[in-house]
Design a binder for this molecule. Sequence first.
Ligand SMILES: NC(=O)c1ccc[n+]([C@@H]2O[C@H](COP(=O)([O-])OP(=O)(O)OC[C@H]3O[C@@H](n4cnc5c(N)ncnc54)[C@H](OP(=O)(O)O)[C@@H]3O)[C@@H](O)[C@H]2O)c1
Length: 383
Amino acid sequence: MSDVVGPQNDPTVAEADSRWMRRALAHACRGLGRTTPNPVVGACVVTADGVVVGDGAHERAGGPHAEIFAIEAAGARAGGGTLYSTLEPCSHIGRTGPCTDRIIAAGIRRGVAAMEDPYPLVSGRGFAILRDHGIAVTVGVGREEAVRLNQPFLTAVRERRPFVILKAATSLDSRMAAAAGERTQLTSAAADRHAHYVRAQVDAIAIGSGTLLVDDPLLTARHVYRERPLTRVIFDRRLRTPPDARIFSTLPAGPVIIVTSRHAQSAQRDRSDALERAGATVLALDEPTMTAALPALAGLDVQSLVLEGGPGVHRAAWDAGVVDYVQLYIAPVAVCGSHGGVAGTDAPSVVLGPESMLASLVEQRVRMLGPDVLIEGYVHRPH
Ligand SMILES: NC(=O)c1ccc[n+]([C@@H]2O[C@H](COP(=O)([O-])OP(=O)(O)OC[C@H]3O[C@@H](n4cnc5c(N)ncnc54)[C@H](OP(=O)(O)O)[C@@H]3O)[C@@H](O)[C@H]2O)c1
């Protein structure tokens, strides 16, 4: 725990800090997939004699912060206690008042936080205000876990783009479909359920126009609980998306954004208008590259995005260095040769091939989903 900063010299204090922070982290999980554009945060208040008197989680944007829930639950018992929070308490007036005011007013004696909030309006000010009011502050307890929980928020604040999950289903011979221009169901119902569970957590799903034209997918989160709209993104530089695509029958599930070029929009004004009449938001950029499109999406409150393919947009994202996490579902089937002789050799392949892509993953996890194998991990160590 060498990166912990603040009063924590006593090993029994360090042990108690870790234990209570784990509790705060567990509460933070209640907000996963629900708080954009805010971070997920958990908190608890513990009295000087080690009794938990209040718990809290930030459950949705605009709702009270975790620290406020915990302090309110503690009531008068918060006085003299320690507040554990998975992120630096805020010090500014956003949709709610500053948490630091409430912490000071409650008589909290010590604050323990997992990490500083990089959001420019906070960024160390929360800790400074607490210290100025005589509250001891310890930072860094449970940092690694807190960082993992908030990858979408941290990526959006630091890099001004969404956290990108590259998702692909492949055959044993690395194909994403049996032939070019063909839709192939490769994975099992168990793998599909997992993919929909992921869709339930993210802010957006994205595909390229190639997949839209071949698969005509709905891109909804099915058989999972989701309480807020799911943004669907189609990367389509030539505006090939037909206005009668099935996705436009799912608008109650969330907005459909078509990312295209200004040039295509002005050259095909009728198509652009027809897509808007069908319910699309046409996002026309000078340069509709991944590097330009992702910050534009972050500006629309997309902090996490699962890039479901196909290989065209996977490669563009990989080459632009914007893939943060990979989820590869491998089905125990071989595709090449399945169409008789040479047929199938034009089948779209997963980008980079599983070997090189997977070898570089950090914190790699492997598990079975029915007959399929899911291999997932971060592209870079979360920080
Ligand atoms: N197994 C799986 O997990 C999976 C998932 C999805 C798709 N698929 C399969 O993949 C096949 C389609 O492959 P695909 O490569 O054509 O699909 P794709 O990646 O979805 O679409 C490719 C198209 O995206 C457009 N695009 C927009 N912005 C781009 C950018 N910055 N860089 C590159 N392309 C960009 C390009 O058309 P413009 O130049 O017109 O913009 C390009 O032709 C289908 O057979 C489908 O069934 C498989």
